[in-house]
Write a protein that binds this ligand. Structure first.
Ligand code: SF4
Length: 749
């Protein structure tokens, strides 16, 4: 894992030591007080402090809906100090998570990759030697051309994901695929399921301004753990509690850090949120809380829904989701009696084989009560529909050949091991360029992924910031810039702002941006597309102009732009986005208005009306537990795996188990336990915890594989079959067995 340490990096580490100090953010402590952040910010704004450091604007690039507006201390042209949330941007509101507040630790990390390398030992041995950029790019281009000559262009698969959310650096790799007619990339690992479920109801991915949570009387945080994953949700929810006495409910599969802050805690079994939602709606109809006038005006089939829900009693729901009947009824009454109820729906509860149906079911509740009509009421998941970014230049849409296959990102294990169906019956993948992602750790079906990357006939170039477990399997490793070392364009999925994040400092050593790598390869591969010769700033400017957002200079001058539509539009008061203007209780899964790669999974068995769809990987005698791989607080997928403060906070990989289950299986707190299923096994430490329901296991993730006892990570257990109706990965939907680890599997200290 040790990467090269350059003199330049050693110098930056010294800078870091000079400038680092205790940094406390809202996410460091119980989620009650934010004055510490604010006060520290004020200190930095003082003239004396400003004389020492320059405070520059940026945007957090990580795969997190908050996309926080940042104030970065720039010390000199190669060093940064503290990072704070901008107080001026109304969604960030001065608050960021601890891991990004300490970003200097990551930028100036001694293990950063700083020069290109080529493999000199067996695959995965970690043995690399230095190489020049020219030689590295020549080698990659030569291997791509060779694969194309022998197996066809589709044997090359550029692979990426959201290690940066900047459009230029994240999505530019698609342009290479399009221009060269390489295999295209079908993005499924993150939001596909949730997006479909939401759009099935509203007709598009947008909702009530998330800042309106602050004027709600009841905030329902459902299937997301924002204390870990997007702290700003808590900022606005807590404001409602403080200023209005609002109540906060959390619906989730374990008593996580967000639920610990809640007034109402709804602990559901994984994959049963649809049943809970139906039980709640049954009570809303039964007890007169359904707003019939609103439903008549704004929804499609309210009478059919009511008749359908007659049998979805709280007793029926309770038997499925595990929530006691009285809790279902009490929650429903709170929702029914509180006009300003805001449903903040997350991704977590959609990472399940029935995830789209679950999202749709939860989303139906405010349409039954008419909460959408009221300020502080309604629902929100993401704002994908707001930006309307025309990425045709960045992605080279003019070069798309729709006959070229689109390979499913989540099925990388099957693809690299030659599964004909996953390969669309086409040629094998023989060469890859990987940017911004670490599939050797984060992709499902790790047993297959490992076998695939171990192939000696597969050429892999990885462009990365650290020697990740994927980079260790590469033939060529290229050093990548971080966000403050290049220019890019960002949007906030969890809010409504767009912004430019400018290059603030020079990168260490020989690091290059994703765009520079694509440009270098483009020249060697003789591509003919103007975007390869444009600078990132030119690409940003052109994209903004094509999208109707003015140019880069205006956006930089404004720092960000707030694209929230007016109240009536945000609340769908002039109609929902379906052609009939109605909210659809009755989902048509075949015509959800989103780009996709065709119908997948058991889409024809999906319920159209909200329901519990029993398509989950239910526990059975051989696999008595259901496992969710929920996000940890200090890692973001595998970003921050390398920073000492995140490592210290997360410790070793562990799995939460209910005390009664632990006793039944003879497991004590701290024991090494092995979890397994048909896909594989992993060994980690048991954490006996009464905040999960019996039969449920929670493993906060994603730790490096090598941190697990035996080196097999949590994604040995997760599956890659496409989730209906258009694909996705069910990371929180796994049946497993558990046992105390064999003594010989545990290393002696
Ligand atoms: S909360 Fe999310 S967007 Fe904000 S700084 Fe942390 S990782 Fe970045």
């Amino acid at each position: 894992m040790a990467g090269p340490i350059s003199a330049a990096n050693a110098c930056r580490s010294a800078c870091l030591l000079r400038t680092s100090g205790p940094i406390l953010t809202l996410a460091d402590s119980a989620f009650n007080v934010n004055h510490t952040v604010m006060n520290q910010h004020a200190k930095i704004d003082a003239p004396a402090a400003r004389a020492k450091v320059d405070i520059r604007h940026s945007t957090c690039p990580h795969d997190c809906p908050s996309a926080c507006a940042l104030d970065v201390e720039v010390i000199d042209d190669t060093s940064i100090g503290r990072v704070r949330g901008s107080k001026q941007q109304t969604y960030t509101a001065g608050v960021i998570c601890a891991k990004v507040a300490r970003y200097a630790e990551r930028v100036h990390h001694p293990d950063r990759l700083t020069y290109p390398m080529f493999r000199v030992g067996p695959k995965g041995s970690g043995k690399f030697a230095r190489i020049s950029w020219d030689d590295a790019l020549d080698e990659i281009a030569g291997r791509f051309d060779a694969a194309e000559r022998e197996f066809g262009a589709e044997s090359v698969w550029p692979y990426y994901y959201a290690g940066t959310m900047g459009l230029v650096m994240r999505d530019g790799i698609n342009r290479l695929a399009h221009v060269k007619k390489y295999s295209r990339f079908y993005s499924t690992i993150c939001s596909t399921i949730a997006r479909v479920g939401f759009a099935a109801g509203t007709g598009k991915i947008a909702g009530v301004d998330p800042r309106e949570m602050a004027v709600s009387d009841f905030v329902v945080i459902w299937g997301t753990n924002p204390v870990h994953t997007q702290v700003n949700v808590m900022t606005h929810a807590m404001r409602a509690r403080k200023e209005r006495g609002a109540k906060i409910a959390v619906v989730d599969v374990y008593n996580n850090e967000t639920m610990k802050q809640a007034d109402v805690k709804i602990l559901v079994r994984p994959g049963t949120d649809g049943a809970f939602a139906c039980g709640v709606m049954h009570v809303l109809f039964r007890e007169g809380y359904a707003d019939r006038d609103y439903m008549d005006r704004y929804t499609d089939f309210p009478n059919e829904l009511e008749a359908h829900l007659k049998t979805r009693t709280p007793e029926w729901a309770s038997a499925i989701c595990g929530v006691p009947v009285e809790e279902i009824e009490a929650f429903a009454r709170m929702v029914g009696q509180t006009k300003r109820t805001y449903f903040r729906l997350g991704y977590g509860f959609t990472r399940s084989r029935n995830g789209a149906a679950q999202m749709h079911a939860a989303l139906c509740i405010p349409a039954v009560t008419g909460a959408w009509q009221h300020e502080g009421g309604g629902a929100f998941f993401n704002n994908f529909a707001l930006w309307k970014f025309d990425e045709s230049i960045i992605e080279g849409h003019d070069a798309i050949d729709s006959t070229t296959r689109r390979l499913d990102q989540s099925k990388i294990g099957r693809i690299l091991t030659g599964d004909p169906a996953a390969l669309h019956q086409g040629p094998p993948v023989k060469a890859m360029l990987i940017q911004n992602t670490n599939p050797m750790t984060v992709a499902p079906e790790q047993a297959l992924v490992r076998r695939g990357f171990a192939r000696n006939d597969l050429f892999v170039a990885v462009h990365e910031q650290f020697m990740t477990e994927t980079a260790q399997m590469a033939d060529i490793v290229l050093p990548a810039t971080m966000f403050i070392e290049h220019d890019d364009l960002y949007y906030g999925g969890g809010h409504q702002h767009i912004s430019v994040g400018a290059k603030l400092i020079e990168p260490p050593g020989e690091c290059r941006s994703n765009h520079e790598v694509l440009r270098g390869l483009g020249r060697r591969l003789k591509v003919d597309h103007p975007a390869f010769e444009m600078s990132p700033r030119e690409l940003i400017d052109a994209t903004l102009r094509k999208s109707g957002h003015g140019g880069i200079a205006e956006l930089e001058a404004d720092l960000w732009r707030d694209l929230q539509p007016d109240f009536r539009t945000s609340h769908y008061l002039d109609g929902f986005a379906h052609k009939d203007g109605k909210f659809h209780f009755k989902a048509d899964w075949t015509s959800v208005p989103l780009g996709n790669a065709g119908m997948m999974g058991a889409w024809d068995q999906m319920p159209s009306l909200p329901d519990h769809w029993a398509a989950i990987e239910e526990a059975d005698e051989a696999h008595p537990f259901r496992l969710a791989t929920s996000p940890s607080r200090s890692f973001l997928n595998t970003s921050f795996n390398e920073t000492p403060s995140s490592q210290a906070r997360e410790g070793a990989p562990s799995v939460m188990i209910h005390p009664d289950d632990a006793a039944k299986f003879g497991i004590a707190d701290g024991d090494a336990v092995t979890l397994g299923n048909l896909r594989g096994e992993t060994t980690l430490t048991a954490k006996v915890f009464d905040g999960v329901r019996r039969g449920v296991l929670i493993a906060e993730s994603v730790h490096p594989n090598k941190s697990h006892i035996g080196g097999r990570g949590i994604n040995m257990l997760t599956g890659a079959e496409a989730v209906a109706p258009v694909g996705g990965a069910a990371f929180h939907d796994n049946k497993v067995w558990v046992k105390k680890a064999d003594a010989d599997a545990i290393p002696t200290p």
